[in-house]
Design a protein around this ligand. Structure first.
Ligand code: NAD
Length: 355
Protein backbone atom coordinates (compact mmCIF):
# COMPACT_ATOMS: atom_id res chain seq x y z
CA UNK A 1 0.00 0.00 0.00
CA UNK A 2 1.30 3.44 -0.83
CA UNK A 3 2.52 5.63 2.01
CA UNK A 4 0.22 8.36 3.25
CA UNK A 5 1.73 11.85 3.17
CA UNK A 6 0.15 15.01 4.57
CA UNK A 7 1.00 18.29 2.83
CA UNK A 8 -0.01 21.48 4.68
CA UNK A 9 -0.20 24.64 2.59
CA UNK A 10 -1.29 22.34 -0.22
CA UNK A 11 -3.03 25.11 -2.17
CA UNK A 12 -0.05 27.44 -2.16
CA UNK A 13 2.55 28.24 -4.80
CA UNK A 14 4.84 25.35 -3.81
CA UNK A 15 2.24 23.06 -2.20
CA UNK A 16 0.15 22.73 -5.36
CA UNK A 17 3.13 21.40 -7.34
CA UNK A 18 4.38 19.28 -4.43
CA UNK A 19 1.02 17.52 -4.10
CA UNK A 20 1.00 16.89 -7.85
CA UNK A 21 4.53 15.46 -7.79
CA UNK A 22 3.89 13.18 -4.80
CA UNK A 23 0.64 11.89 -6.34
CA UNK A 24 2.44 11.27 -9.65
CA UNK A 25 5.09 9.10 -7.96
CA UNK A 26 2.43 7.06 -6.17
CA UNK A 27 2.01 8.46 -2.66
CA UNK A 28 -1.39 8.71 -1.03
CA UNK A 29 -1.48 12.46 -0.44
CA UNK A 30 -3.85 14.47 1.75
CA UNK A 31 -3.68 18.25 1.43
CA UNK A 32 -4.48 20.67 4.26
CA UNK A 33 -5.04 24.36 3.64
CA UNK A 34 -7.20 27.15 5.05
CA UNK A 35 -7.65 28.65 1.58
CA UNK A 36 -6.23 32.13 2.20
CA UNK A 37 -5.75 32.74 -1.53
CA UNK A 38 -8.58 30.62 -2.88
CA UNK A 39 -9.71 31.70 -6.32
CA UNK A 40 -6.45 33.46 -7.15
CA UNK A 41 -5.29 30.89 -9.71
CA UNK A 42 -3.32 31.67 -12.84
CA UNK A 43 -4.84 29.58 -15.61
CA UNK A 44 -6.42 26.18 -15.12
CA UNK A 45 -5.78 24.61 -11.74
CA UNK A 46 -7.22 21.61 -9.97
CA UNK A 47 -6.10 19.93 -6.80
CA UNK A 48 -4.44 16.60 -7.39
CA UNK A 49 -5.25 15.16 -3.97
CA UNK A 50 -8.03 14.99 -1.43
CA UNK A 51 -7.85 18.02 0.77
CA UNK A 52 -9.17 19.32 4.05
CA UNK A 53 -10.09 22.98 4.43
CA UNK A 54 -8.83 23.60 7.92
CA UNK A 55 -6.55 26.00 9.75
CA UNK A 56 -3.36 24.31 10.97
CA UNK A 57 -3.99 25.88 14.39
CA UNK A 58 -7.14 23.74 14.62
CA UNK A 59 -5.62 20.44 13.52
CA UNK A 60 -5.99 17.44 15.80
CA UNK A 61 -4.00 14.18 15.89
CA UNK A 62 -6.79 12.26 14.14
CA UNK A 63 -6.32 14.43 11.04
CA UNK A 64 -2.80 13.04 10.71
CA UNK A 65 -3.32 9.44 11.79
CA UNK A 66 -1.78 6.78 9.56
CA UNK A 67 0.54 9.21 7.81
CA UNK A 68 4.21 8.36 7.32
CA UNK A 69 5.19 12.00 6.94
CA UNK A 70 4.00 15.58 7.14
CA UNK A 71 5.41 18.11 4.68
CA UNK A 72 4.64 21.31 6.56
CA UNK A 73 4.40 24.30 4.23
CA UNK A 74 1.41 26.26 5.54
CA UNK A 75 2.56 29.73 6.63
CA UNK A 76 2.35 33.43 6.03
CA UNK A 77 4.96 32.98 3.42
CA UNK A 78 7.19 36.00 3.12
CA UNK A 79 8.83 38.95 4.79
CA UNK A 80 6.21 41.62 3.90
CA UNK A 81 3.36 39.49 5.27
CA UNK A 82 4.89 40.05 8.68
CA UNK A 83 3.85 43.70 8.24
CA UNK A 84 0.16 42.83 8.63
CA UNK A 85 0.80 41.90 12.22
CA UNK A 86 4.11 40.40 13.41
CA UNK A 87 2.28 38.61 16.25
CA UNK A 88 0.03 36.86 13.72
CA UNK A 89 3.06 35.72 11.74
CA UNK A 90 4.48 34.25 14.95
CA UNK A 91 1.13 32.67 15.83
CA UNK A 92 0.65 30.89 12.48
CA UNK A 93 4.25 30.28 11.45
CA UNK A 94 5.80 29.44 14.79
CA UNK A 95 3.11 28.41 17.30
CA UNK A 96 1.11 26.84 14.45
CA UNK A 97 4.12 24.87 13.23
CA UNK A 98 4.94 23.66 16.74
CA UNK A 99 1.34 22.60 17.18
CA UNK A 100 1.41 20.60 13.92
CA UNK A 101 4.74 19.00 14.89
CA UNK A 102 3.45 18.02 18.35
CA UNK A 103 0.24 16.45 17.08
CA UNK A 104 2.14 14.75 14.24
CA UNK A 105 4.38 13.13 16.82
CA UNK A 106 1.36 12.20 18.95
CA UNK A 107 -0.29 10.64 15.88
CA UNK A 108 2.76 8.46 15.18
CA UNK A 109 4.00 10.37 12.12
CA UNK A 110 7.61 9.32 11.54
CA UNK A 111 8.99 12.15 9.42
CA UNK A 112 8.30 15.88 9.67
CA UNK A 113 9.65 17.99 6.80
CA UNK A 114 9.55 21.64 7.77
CA UNK A 115 9.57 24.25 4.99
CA UNK A 116 12.07 26.69 6.42
CA UNK A 117 13.86 29.45 4.59
CA UNK A 118 17.22 31.01 3.82
CA UNK A 119 15.62 34.19 5.25
CA UNK A 120 16.84 32.76 8.56
CA UNK A 121 20.32 34.04 7.57
CA UNK A 122 18.91 37.57 7.20
CA UNK A 123 21.56 40.25 7.08
CA UNK A 124 24.86 38.76 5.98
CA UNK A 125 27.55 39.75 3.45
CA UNK A 126 29.42 38.31 0.48
CA UNK A 127 30.59 35.15 2.25
CA UNK A 128 28.88 31.84 1.45
CA UNK A 129 26.74 30.70 4.39
CA UNK A 130 26.39 27.03 5.16
CA UNK A 131 24.02 25.39 7.61
CA UNK A 132 26.37 26.13 10.53
CA UNK A 133 26.39 29.88 9.87
CA UNK A 134 24.93 32.22 12.46
CA UNK A 135 21.24 32.81 11.95
CA UNK A 136 20.49 36.53 11.83
CA UNK A 137 16.84 37.02 10.83
CA UNK A 138 15.72 40.62 10.45
CA UNK A 139 11.97 40.18 9.89
CA UNK A 140 9.12 38.61 11.84
CA UNK A 141 8.97 36.00 9.09
CA UNK A 142 12.66 35.12 9.47
CA UNK A 143 12.38 34.99 13.26
CA UNK A 144 9.31 32.75 13.00
CA UNK A 145 11.30 30.22 10.95
CA UNK A 146 14.29 30.29 13.33
CA UNK A 147 12.07 29.80 16.40
CA UNK A 148 10.10 27.04 14.69
CA UNK A 149 13.27 25.11 13.88
CA UNK A 150 14.41 25.53 17.48
CA UNK A 151 11.10 24.34 18.95
CA UNK A 152 10.64 21.40 16.57
CA UNK A 153 14.24 20.29 17.19
CA UNK A 154 13.31 19.49 20.81
CA UNK A 155 10.68 16.98 19.68
CA UNK A 156 13.17 14.83 17.75
CA UNK A 157 13.68 11.31 19.07
CA UNK A 158 13.87 7.73 17.86
CA UNK A 159 10.19 7.82 16.79
CA UNK A 160 10.08 11.31 15.25
CA UNK A 161 12.49 12.58 12.59
CA UNK A 162 12.22 16.26 11.77
CA UNK A 163 14.13 17.80 8.86
CA UNK A 164 14.48 21.53 8.12
CA UNK A 165 14.49 22.46 4.43
CA UNK A 166 15.90 25.99 4.29
CA UNK A 167 14.63 26.87 0.85
CA UNK A 168 16.30 29.53 -1.25
CA UNK A 169 13.99 32.11 -2.84
CA UNK A 170 11.74 30.26 -5.26
CA UNK A 171 10.96 31.14 -8.87
CA UNK A 172 9.10 29.43 -11.69
CA UNK A 173 5.57 28.91 -12.89
CA UNK A 174 2.87 27.44 -10.68
CA UNK A 175 -0.88 27.77 -11.25
CA UNK A 176 -1.02 29.15 -7.70
CA UNK A 177 1.27 31.88 -8.88
CA UNK A 178 3.21 34.30 -6.70
CA UNK A 179 4.53 37.48 -8.25
CA UNK A 180 5.97 38.81 -4.99
CA UNK A 181 9.09 36.69 -5.53
CA UNK A 182 11.96 38.54 -7.13
CA UNK A 183 12.41 36.58 -10.38
CA UNK A 184 8.67 36.10 -10.95
CA UNK A 185 8.15 39.81 -10.27
CA UNK A 186 10.83 40.86 -12.79
CA UNK A 187 9.60 38.46 -15.49
CA UNK A 188 5.95 39.52 -15.17
CA UNK A 189 6.92 43.23 -15.31
CA UNK A 190 9.15 42.64 -18.33
CA UNK A 191 6.49 40.52 -20.05
CA UNK A 192 3.66 43.01 -19.59
CA UNK A 193 5.37 46.41 -19.32
CA UNK A 194 8.86 45.93 -20.79
CA UNK A 195 10.16 47.50 -17.62
CA UNK A 196 11.85 46.02 -14.53
CA UNK A 197 11.79 48.16 -11.42
CA UNK A 198 14.43 47.51 -8.76
CA UNK A 199 13.51 48.79 -5.31
CA UNK A 200 17.04 48.48 -3.86
CA UNK A 201 20.41 49.45 -5.34
CA UNK A 202 20.56 45.93 -6.80
CA UNK A 203 23.56 44.78 -4.76
CA UNK A 204 21.97 42.26 -2.31
CA UNK A 205 22.73 38.59 -2.82
CA UNK A 206 19.91 36.07 -3.12
CA UNK A 207 20.07 32.28 -3.47
CA UNK A 208 17.49 31.12 -6.04
CA UNK A 209 15.80 27.78 -6.56
CA UNK A 210 13.13 26.62 -8.97
CA UNK A 211 9.80 25.75 -7.34
CA UNK A 212 9.91 22.25 -8.86
CA UNK A 213 13.39 21.71 -7.43
CA UNK A 214 11.99 22.50 -3.96
CA UNK A 215 9.33 19.85 -4.57
CA UNK A 216 12.03 17.39 -5.66
CA UNK A 217 13.92 18.13 -2.43
CA UNK A 218 10.84 17.24 -0.35
CA UNK A 219 10.49 13.97 -2.27
CA UNK A 220 14.18 13.20 -1.75
CA UNK A 221 13.83 13.84 2.00
CA UNK A 222 10.83 11.48 2.16
CA UNK A 223 12.95 8.77 0.58
CA UNK A 224 16.35 9.45 2.20
CA UNK A 225 17.90 7.18 4.82
CA UNK A 226 16.61 8.46 8.15
CA UNK A 227 20.02 8.40 9.84
CA UNK A 228 21.47 10.78 7.24
CA UNK A 229 18.85 13.52 7.65
CA UNK A 230 17.69 13.12 11.26
CA UNK A 231 17.03 16.53 12.85
CA UNK A 232 19.26 18.33 10.32
CA UNK A 233 18.89 21.57 8.41
CA UNK A 234 19.68 21.70 4.69
CA UNK A 235 19.97 24.71 2.41
CA UNK A 236 17.83 23.86 -0.60
CA UNK A 237 19.17 25.15 -3.89
CA UNK A 238 22.50 25.14 -5.74
CA UNK A 239 25.61 26.98 -4.66
CA UNK A 240 26.05 28.15 -8.27
CA UNK A 241 22.61 29.78 -8.25
CA UNK A 242 23.32 32.79 -6.03
CA UNK A 243 22.86 36.12 -7.79
CA UNK A 244 22.85 39.80 -6.99
CA UNK A 245 19.42 41.32 -7.59
CA UNK A 246 20.94 43.43 -10.40
CA UNK A 247 22.19 40.23 -12.11
CA UNK A 248 18.71 38.73 -11.97
CA UNK A 249 17.31 41.81 -13.69
CA UNK A 250 19.94 41.48 -16.43
CA UNK A 251 19.06 37.82 -17.05
CA UNK A 252 15.42 38.79 -17.48
CA UNK A 253 16.27 41.82 -19.63
CA UNK A 254 18.21 39.59 -22.04
CA UNK A 255 15.22 37.27 -22.40
CA UNK A 256 12.73 40.05 -23.19
CA UNK A 257 13.60 42.27 -26.17
CA UNK A 258 13.44 46.06 -25.62
CA UNK A 259 13.02 45.71 -21.87
CA UNK A 260 14.54 48.39 -19.63
CA UNK A 261 15.80 48.15 -16.04
CA UNK A 262 15.04 51.06 -13.73
CA UNK A 263 16.46 51.56 -10.24
CA UNK A 264 14.48 53.37 -7.56
CA UNK A 265 16.53 56.56 -7.02
CA UNK A 266 15.72 56.30 -3.30
CA UNK A 267 16.63 52.60 -3.19
CA UNK A 268 19.44 51.81 -0.77
CA UNK A 269 21.17 48.49 -0.11
CA UNK A 270 18.41 46.10 1.07
CA UNK A 271 19.47 44.78 4.49
CA UNK A 272 18.38 41.28 3.52
CA UNK A 273 21.49 39.96 1.83
CA UNK A 274 22.65 36.36 1.94
CA UNK A 275 24.75 34.13 -0.29
CA UNK A 276 24.20 30.50 0.49
CA UNK A 277 26.20 27.30 0.12
CA UNK A 278 23.98 24.34 -0.80
CA UNK A 279 26.67 21.65 -0.94
CA UNK A 280 25.48 19.75 2.15
CA UNK A 281 22.24 18.51 0.59
CA UNK A 282 24.11 17.52 -2.58
CA UNK A 283 26.58 15.45 -0.54
CA UNK A 284 24.15 13.90 1.99
CA UNK A 285 21.08 13.40 -0.19
CA UNK A 286 22.46 12.66 -3.66
CA UNK A 287 18.98 11.73 -4.91
CA UNK A 288 18.28 15.47 -4.92
CA UNK A 289 19.83 17.04 -8.00
CA UNK A 290 18.49 20.52 -8.78
CA UNK A 291 17.57 20.67 -12.46
CA UNK A 292 16.91 24.34 -13.11
CA UNK A 293 18.85 27.55 -13.62
CA UNK A 294 17.34 31.01 -13.35
CA UNK A 295 17.74 31.53 -17.10
CA UNK A 296 15.70 28.37 -17.80
CA UNK A 297 13.11 29.43 -15.25
CA UNK A 298 12.73 32.83 -16.91
CA UNK A 299 11.97 31.12 -20.24
CA UNK A 300 9.47 28.80 -18.50
CA UNK A 301 7.73 31.75 -16.82
CA UNK A 302 7.40 33.65 -20.09
CA UNK A 303 5.82 30.59 -21.67
CA UNK A 304 3.52 30.09 -18.65
CA UNK A 305 2.39 33.73 -18.70
CA UNK A 306 1.62 33.48 -22.40
CA UNK A 307 -0.35 30.23 -22.11
CA UNK A 308 -2.28 31.28 -18.99
CA UNK A 309 -3.01 34.76 -20.36
CA UNK A 310 -1.46 36.80 -17.54
CA UNK A 311 -2.82 40.31 -18.01
CA UNK A 312 -2.02 43.89 -17.02
CA UNK A 313 -5.06 43.92 -14.75
CA UNK A 314 -3.64 40.91 -12.87
CA UNK A 315 -0.62 43.08 -12.11
CA UNK A 316 -2.62 46.21 -11.33
CA UNK A 317 -4.95 44.34 -8.99
CA UNK A 318 -1.94 42.51 -7.51
CA UNK A 319 -3.86 39.23 -7.70
CA UNK A 320 -0.70 37.21 -7.24
CA UNK A 321 0.86 39.26 -4.45
CA UNK A 322 0.19 37.68 -1.07
CA UNK A 323 0.15 40.82 1.10
CA UNK A 324 -2.42 42.91 -0.84
CA UNK A 325 -4.73 39.91 -1.30
CA UNK A 326 -4.77 39.25 2.44
CA UNK A 327 -5.21 42.95 3.24
CA UNK A 328 -8.19 43.09 0.89
CA UNK A 329 -9.73 39.95 2.42
CA UNK A 330 -9.26 41.27 5.93
CA UNK A 331 -10.82 44.61 4.99
CA UNK A 332 -13.80 43.01 3.28
CA UNK A 333 -14.42 40.70 6.24
CA UNK A 334 -13.65 37.42 4.49
CA UNK A 335 -11.26 36.77 7.37
CA UNK A 336 -11.22 38.04 10.92
CA UNK A 337 -8.13 39.69 12.38
CA UNK A 338 -6.65 36.27 13.18
CA UNK A 339 -7.05 35.19 9.55
CA UNK A 340 -9.80 32.78 10.41
CA UNK A 341 -12.58 32.66 7.84
CA UNK A 342 -15.79 34.40 8.88
CA UNK A 343 -18.72 32.01 8.73
CA UNK A 344 -20.83 34.08 6.39
CA UNK A 345 -18.19 34.52 3.76
CA UNK A 346 -16.34 31.23 3.76
CA UNK A 347 -17.47 28.99 0.95
CA UNK A 348 -16.04 25.53 0.56
CA UNK A 349 -17.83 24.88 -2.70
CA UNK A 350 -15.88 24.63 -5.93
CA UNK A 351 -17.05 28.11 -6.83
CA UNK A 352 -14.44 29.43 -4.37
CA UNK A 353 -14.64 32.72 -2.56
CA UNK A 354 -17.75 34.87 -2.59
CA UNK A 355 -16.51 38.33 -1.69
N1 NAD B 1 8.27 30.61 -2.11
C1 NAD B 1 9.47 30.80 -1.59
O1 NAD B 1 10.36 31.48 -2.16
C2 NAD B 1 9.83 30.19 -0.26
C3 NAD B 1 11.16 30.23 0.13
C4 NAD B 1 11.49 29.70 1.37
C5 NAD B 1 10.54 29.11 2.16
N2 NAD B 1 9.24 29.08 1.75
C6 NAD B 1 8.26 28.47 2.63
O2 NAD B 1 7.55 27.45 1.93
C7 NAD B 1 6.20 27.40 2.36
C8 NAD B 1 5.25 27.55 1.19
O3 NAD B 1 5.54 28.77 0.50
P1 NAD B 1 4.65 29.24 -0.74
O4 NAD B 1 5.53 30.10 -1.56
O5 NAD B 1 3.99 28.06 -1.37
O6 NAD B 1 3.58 30.15 0.01
P2 NAD B 1 2.03 30.42 -0.36
O7 NAD B 1 1.67 31.66 0.35
O8 NAD B 1 1.84 30.35 -1.81
O9 NAD B 1 1.30 29.17 0.30
C9 NAD B 1 1.04 29.06 1.67
C10 NAD B 1 -0.25 28.27 1.83
O10 NAD B 1 -0.45 28.06 3.22
C11 NAD B 1 -1.82 28.28 3.49
N3 NAD B 1 -1.95 28.71 4.89
C12 NAD B 1 -1.48 29.85 5.45
N4 NAD B 1 -1.80 29.91 6.74
C13 NAD B 1 -2.50 28.77 7.01
C14 NAD B 1 -3.12 28.26 8.19
N5 NAD B 1 -3.08 28.92 9.36
N6 NAD B 1 -3.74 27.06 8.12
C15 NAD B 1 -3.79 26.38 6.95
N7 NAD B 1 -3.24 26.82 5.80
C16 NAD B 1 -2.60 28.01 5.83
C17 NAD B 1 -2.27 29.36 2.53
O11 NAD B 1 -3.67 29.34 2.31
C18 NAD B 1 -1.47 29.03 1.29
O12 NAD B 1 -2.20 28.19 0.41
C19 NAD B 1 6.05 28.49 3.41
O13 NAD B 1 6.25 27.93 4.68
C20 NAD B 1 7.18 29.44 3.09
O14 NAD B 1 7.58 30.18 4.21
C21 NAD B 1 8.88 29.60 0.55
Amino acid sequence: MSKKIIVTGSQGYIGTLLVQLLCDVGYNVIGIDSGLYRGQDCGACSDAANSLTIDIRDLEPQHLEGAFAVCHLAALSNDPLGNIDPALTMDINCQGSLHVARIAKAAGVQRFLFSSSCSTYGAAGDEYLDEYATLNPITAYGVSKVNSEKGIRELADESFCPVYLRNATAYGFSPRLRLDLVVNDFVSAAFLNKRIFIKSDGTPWRPLVHVRDICAAFQAMLEADRSLIFNRAFNIGSTAENYRVSELAEIVRHAVPDCEVIYDPAGGPDKRCYRVCCDLVRDVVPNFQPQWTVAQGVAELLEGFMVSGLSSSDLELQRFHRLPVLRQRLQSGVFDSQLRPTVTHFQTSSSGWQT
